[in-house]
Design a protein around this ligand. Structure first.
Ligand SMILES: Cc1ncc(COP(=O)(O)O)c(C=O)c1O
Length: 247
């Protein structure tokens, strides 16, 4: 499980020589919004280095959003390979695999692993990525997204306390998710164990208020640079209205 360094250590040690890479989302946004516990990613790096297993971060969601240098910069952990998409093109289709030259050169022209694609190097996507990366380079947008997420977390926490409803909003950078539970969600199984019926009720009521939450409680939500304080107020007002009538 994510956030469990002992189980990773055991799996790697008992399969020594058999594991090609360790690949993980540095923040588990595909189970909602599960943050690494203090030191977890550093421990994963230390362990994989010690056992000579390449470490890959799937930064498709975290890349360029947590920081201009993604999760690697944010958590001060350097990977062997990282993959990017989404924010890289700001809506235009593009992805990137970056990392150690000795690994990537295996798939370079003439390398041992063939690699090709019709849209590789697509000019329009590259122009979009170029413009996007310029806009994201100084970190101001990331700071804005992070502040908005913190505001949502804080306001929803206050509303839940006032209305005495057990929930937690977890998030980082521009992404967050609301879990109906009374303790921190640290891995997929804990996320899967939250109160799904309460989430569905919230989702239904918010839809009636014109706010669309994803119907899957293990999905996550995000703010964009275009969102305003008024948007956040509208979201939290709708959540508060729902919590007020929650038994
Ligand atoms: C963390 C993560 N990795 C990879 C992917 C797949 O990316 P793509 O749709 O560009 O293949 C997604 C898609 O949502 C994702 O969330």
């Amino acid at each position: 499980p994510y956030n469990d360094i002992s189980s990773l250590e055991e799996a790697l040690k008992s399969n020594r020589g058999e594991v090609a890479p360790v690949i993980l989302e540095p923040v588990c946004f595909n189970s909602g919004a599960i943050l690494p516990v203090n030191g977890y990613l550093e421990q994963v790096r230390e362990l994989t280095s010690k056992l000579d297993v390449p470490l890959i971060f799937d930064e498709v969601i975290t890349g360029f959003r947590l920081a201009p240098g993604g999760a690697q910069q944010y958590f001060h952990v350097q990977t062997d390979i990282s993959v990017f998409g989404k924010a890289l093109g700001n809506g235009f289709p593009i992805s990137a695999v970056v990392g150690r030259e000795d690994i990537l050169s295996l798939s370079a022209p003439g390398g041992r692993v063939g690699y090709g694609g019709t849209y590789n190097g697509n000019q329009i996507s590259l122009a979009a990525a170029d413009a996007t990366l310029e806009a994201l380079a100084d970190g101001q947008i990331q700071t804005k997204l992070s502040n908005m997420t913190s505001t949502i977390i804080e306001w929803v926490r206050e509303a839940a306390e006032t209305e005495r409803v057990n929930l937690r909003t977890q998030g980082i950078g521009g992404q967050f998710q609301i879990y109906f539970t009374d303790k921190e969600v640290r891995d997929y199984r804990e996320a899967a164990g939250i109160n799904r019926a309460m989430y569905s009720d919230l989702q239904r009521d918010l839809r009636l208020e014109g706010v669309l939450l994803h119907p899957d409680p293990l999905f996550h939500h995000g703010v964009t640079a275009s969102h305003t304080r008024e948007d956040l107020e509208r979201l939290v007002q709708a959540i508060t209205k729902h919590l007020r009538k929650t038994p």
